[in-house]
Design a binder for this molecule. Structure first.
Ligand code: GRF
Length: 200
């Protein structure tokens, strides 16, 4: 089985869904370590509770993005990590990091890419007035939220939706879709052909 790491900066709702899916063997891979750039990330608490190694790397100890990423890469090497899952990780990865894991870093975005990239995907879609938004899971490349798309699912926006209600709907879809996609990846069912990902 392959080893993987989750990088998270926040609440860790997706991390929890992933932990549960590993436990129930929906994801057939070992979640070896959770790394965070935030000391107080609730994601770290979730990892500890599940007895998964958790590491905080303090950005202030590093002069630039690449040296910070080198420390994270060192942690990943220590745990013999084969692939990396970003779950609410609020930092852009350096080109150096991405080159170490080509098509082996997965991210989830709370909108239908290529629309509403960036950190406020849910709010931006709501404010724009689209009637359909959703969730995208994609490979990470050097451009933000622009890697090959693996899977997408739609979420309807109604006139009654608030940021809170829409966020709830999005997170519900995320927590189902992300473990499923990671499961496909772990079983080597994903093949990237140009801009397209094919599920075998
Ligand atoms: C999710 O909405 C995810 O799509 C985005 O950041 C959020 C993280 O939430 N990248 P959580 O920490 O997994 O609860």
């Amino acid at each position: 089985m392959q080893n993987f790491a989750v990088l998270a900066s926040g609440r860790g709702g997706n991390l929890q869904a992933i932990i549960n899916a590993v436990k129930s063997k929906k994801i057939k891979a070992n979640l070896k370590v959770v790394v965070s750039d935030k000391a107080d990330a609730f994601a770290l608490k979730r990892a500890k509770k599940a007895r998964i190694a958790s590491i905080y790397v303090a950005p202030k100890d590093y002069t630039d993005r690449q040296s910070f990423d080198c420390k994270v890469l060192e942690c990943l090497r220590e745990y013999k990590i084969d692939f990396v899952v970003l779950a609410g990780y609020m930092r852009l990865l350096s080109a150096h990091f991405i080159r170490q894991y080509p098509n082996k870093i997965i991210n989830i975005h709370p909108a239908l890419l290529p629309s509403f990239k960036g950190i406020n995907g849910i709010r931006d879609a709501l404010e724009y007035g689209v009637k359909i938004t959703g969730v995208s899971v994609h490979f990470v490349n050097e451009e933000m939220d622009a890697g090959t798309i693996i899977a997408q699912e739609t979420v309807k926006i109604t006139s009654k939706d608030t940021l809170k209600s829409l966020a709830q709907k999005i997170h519900k879809v995320e927590h189902k879709l992300y473990p499923e996609v990671i499961g496909w990846f772990a079983q080597k069912r994903l093949k990237v052909i140009g801009r397209k990902t094919v599920l075998r």
